[in-house]
Design a protein. Structure first.
Length: 379
C-alpha cells in the first residue's frame, strides 16, 4: 500500500513537471524572448534530445556512453547534406569551376558529386537517413560490444574513442565533409527560407513538439516491462542473464533508441542554427551531454531537459563573462553533482516534495489526535 501511494505521488510529480515544462516552452519563453534568444533556447532544446536518450541508456540501462555526440552529429550532417545540395543548384554555383556541387568540393578540386551524397537530393531519403545512419552505427557498436560483455568504464572509453575517430575522419576528408568548418551556408528547406524570423519561430515550435514526442516515447519505455527489465539489468545484470534473458539484445536496443533520439536533436540543430561542424561530434560535446543529464537527474526525463536548458544557459552566460574559467566551472559542477546530488536537480525536488508530504501527513495526524485527547480530558 505505501509503495502504491508513493508511485501515485511520483506520477503526479512527473505530470506537474511536464505541465510546467510545456508552459515554459510553449508559452512563457516565446512571449518573453526575442527571436535571437528564442533560437538560442531552441538550440539548447536540441541537446535535450540526447539527454533524454541518456536517461534511458545510462540512467535506466546503466550504459554510460561518452559518444552521444557521434549520433547527434551524424543526424545533423544528414540534414545538412540535403540543405547544402539544395543551396548548390547549378544557377547558384555557376561561378564555380564545377557548377552543381557544394562549394567546399569545388575548392578541393572535386569535379563530380560523390556517390554517397546523391541520395540526399531527396528530403524523404534524408529524413530516413537521419534515423537510419546513426541507428545502424549504434546497433553495430552495441552488438559488437555487448555480445562480448563489454560494459562499464570500458564501454565508455570505447565510445569516447569512436567520437575522436569520427572527428578526425570528418576533418581529414575535407573535400567530402567540409573539413573543420563543416557544412555551412544552409539557406532553404524545399524552397522555404529557414533564415527568416518567422521560419525560426516555426522551427522552434516544431523542435518543441518533436521533443515532447520523444518524452512520450521515453515515458512509455520506462513504464513498460522493458523499463523494469532495464533497471534489473543496471542493478543485477548476471541475475537477469541467468533468468534466461538475452542481455545483449536489450542493451543494444536501448543504446540504438538513445542514438536515434540524439540524431533527431542533431537534425533540428542544423535546421535552427544553419550549419553543422565536427565540433559537435567529438569528445567535448559528448561529455557535455552527460553533464546535462547528470545535473538534471539521470533517472528523470523532465529533469534531464531542465538540466540541458540550465547548463547551456549557464555556459552561454559564463563563457561570455568568464571565458577562461568556464571549463573549470563545468567540471566543478559535474563533480559536485556526482558527489553531493547523485540524482541531480530532479532528486532534490523529489526529496523536498517527499519532506513536505510527510510533514503534511504528520500535521494532519496531530490535528486528528488532538480533539480525541480533549474529549478524554472532559469530566
Amino acid at each position: 500500500m505505501p509503495s502504491a501511494i508513493s508511485s501515485d505521488r511520483s506520477k503526479r510529480t512527473q505530470l506537474l513537471g511536464l505541465l510546467i515544462l510545456a508552459a515554459l516552452i510553449f508559452a512563457v519563453l516565446p512571449l518573453t524572448l526575442g527571436v535571437f534568444r528564442l533560437t538560442l533556447v531552441g538550440k539548447y532544446l536540441t541537446f535535450a534530445f540526447a539527454a533524454v536518450g541518456l536517461v534511458l541508456c545510462w540512467g535506466y540501462g546503466g550504459i554510460l556512453s561518452l559518444g552521444q555526440g557521434v549520433f547527434f552529429g551524424l543526424g545533423g550532417y544528414c540534414m545538412a547534406m540535403f540543405l547544402k545540395l539544395e543551396a548548390s543548384d547549378p544557377i547558384s554555383t555557376k561561378i564555380q569551376s564545377t557548377p552543381g556541387i557544394p562549394d567546399f568540393m569545388d575548392w578541393n578540386q572535386l569535379t563530380a558529386l560523390p556517390t554517397f551524397w546523391r541520395p540526399f537530393h531527396s528530403l524523404t531519403l534524408s529524413l530516413i537517413a537521419v534515423l537510419l545512419v546513426p541507428g545502424l552505427l549504434a546497433m553495430i557498436i552495441g552488438f559488437a560490444m555487448f555480445r562480448r560483455r563489454v560494459g562499464g568504464v570500458y564501454f565508455a572509453i570505447i565510445t569516447q574513442a569512436i567520437a575522436l575517430i569520427l572527428t578526425i575522419l570528418i576533418v581529414g576528408q575535407q573535400g567530402y565533409t567540409g573539413g573543420i568548418n563543416g557544412i555551412t551556408d544552409l539557406r532553404t528547406l524545399h524552397g522555404w527560407d529557414i533564415r527568416t524570423d518567422s521560419a525560426k519561430y516555426l522551427l522552434y515550435f516544431a523542435n518543441a513538439i518533436l521533443l515532447f514526442g520523444t518524452i512520450l516515447i521515453a515515458r512509455w519505455i520506462i513504464s513498460s516491462k522493458l523499463g523494469k527489465l532495464l533497471l534489473a539489468l543496471r542493478d543485477r545484470e548476471e541475475r537477469v542473464r541467468f533468468s534466461g534473458y538475452d542481455v545483449a539484445h536489450f542493451k543494444t536496443f536501448i543504446f540504438t533508441v538513445a542514438a536515434m533520439m540524439s540524431a533527431v536533436g542533431g537534425a533540428m540543430f542544423t535546421l535552427q542554427v544553419g550549419f553543422m561542424s565536427p565540433s559537435f561530434v567529438g569528445i567535448v560535446p559528448s561529455i557535455e551531454m552527460v553533464i546535462f543529464t547528470a545535473v538534471g537527474g539521470r533517472l528523470s526525463v523532465i529533469g534531464a531537459i531542465f538540466g540541458s536548458i540550465i547548463v547551456n544557459w549557464a555556459k552561454s552566460y559564463f563563457s561570455e563573462s568568464f571565458p577562461q574559467l568556464w571549463l573549470f566551472l563545468m567540471g566543478g559542477l559535474f563533480i559536485s553533482v556526482v558527489m553531493f546530488f547523485p540524482n541531480g536537480l530532479a532528486g532534490i525536488v523529489q526529496r523536498n516534495l517527499n519532506f513536505f508530504h510527510s510533514l503534511r501527513l504528520r500535521l494532519r495526524r496531530i490535528s486528528v489526535d488532538r480533539p480525541e485527547a480533549e474529549v478524554e480530558e472532559l469530566p
